[in-house]
Design a binder for this molecule. Sequence first.
Ligand code: KET
Length: 455
Amino acid sequence: MEDATVRPIGPSTGRRLSALARHLGGDHPASPSSTSEAAPMASLNHAIAPSHTSAFHGGSVFGNVVQAPEDPILGVTVAYNKDPSPVKVNLGVGAYRTEEGKPLVLNVVRRAEQLLVNDLSRVKEYLPITGLAEFNKLSANPAIQENRVATVQCLSGTGSLRVGAEFLAKHYHERTIYIPLPTWGNHPKVFTLAGLSVKTYRYYDPTTRGLNFQGLLEDLNASPTGAIVLLHACAHNPTGVDPTVEQWEQIRQLMRSKELLPFFDSAYQGFASGNLDADAQSVRLFVADGGELLAAQSYAKNMGLYGERVGALSIVCRAADVAGRVESQLKLVIRPMYSNPPIHGASIVATILRDRELYNEWTVELKAMADRIISMRHLLYDALRSRGTPGDWSHIIKQIGMFTFTGLNTEQVAFMTREYHIYMTSDGRISMAGLSSRTVPHLADAIHAAVTRAV
Ligand code: KET
């Protein structure tokens, strides 16, 4: 049995790292050389490759460890925190802020936590390897009531993706995963380190600032039968561009006819339309046809539980007996990785999902977050129009979810950070959730200056 074999850590990690380095280095056949993070990734290549520490350098056996670059997204916050300027704005990480620019703990989360604190029967025992059973049951898409799903609580969206990818690398016959171009910068790293081989499919058309639907269909059609395809369930990061329901249906038909395996990343459910059900339509289309798929869910954004690290991996199978065996293997992936997940965040989520009234309150608060982001889109669009900033900025109001993919280039972003203390990722992505009516004029000034300045 494959699971009984103990893989030697050194060579296998080395293989994964060199695969990742190859991928990031750009000599991969379908390497995303034009991904949003092309520049930082090139230097990452050196930093992530294992440095050999056997030699004695400067008095430390670790003396020749190479300084790694900051993460392209989380590193923006690091730089922001170091900036003493009073006008600085952090539009890097996708984290919701209030109109006052403060992090938000949802009222419904406070209420759930209060209930948990008051319940003295609650203990801090280990959870099972698969996490809190009630959380898993409530997290599994309501459409999945057929017992043909294995759901495990994981460490937020990232952990769910990683566990799913490790499972696939071990038990699925096709090791290639196609990810959209561009995509969340962590996707290629998560999948490559899990042992999958990463390729890209066309997704975004910079000229129209919309979906390259034809390119997407062509690339999926040209992929090998059985390949895994990463799909953003809604509110695509970083582009803010989603397929329509009709386009999802076409994607579904193509993928099913080619037996491509969907792996949904659902990190922004509720942020696309403001409605949880509407935002789950893509996943539910694929569940409804009876076929198989994976879904990684995160509660980081839609419940504001970022640091609680609460999420779920669901593997929807053809039949209940398969799901049971899949779950048994997921446990073998999780146990040596982190043994079992933390209890607090999952208890908050379960408390909210199980109670009609709390659930309704959550949907109202979620809608308010989504609405505030939409109002920021309109404010920014109007501010650029009133400044007469050259260019068509209508994509700011057309794109959905937390981000605007502005089209600003690396130099323009660097200029805005240097001169205006505006922090955003170098691919021109802005987290609209980080804006407020107070900071929009400053951002509009910065964009205007960046676009109109002589080079
Ligand atoms: N998927 C996508 C598409 C995504 O944007 C994120 C986070 C995640 C998964 C993982 O979220 P988690 O916190 O593990 O549940 N994105 C934001 C934060 C980050 O990069 O970690 C971001 O893009 O800013």
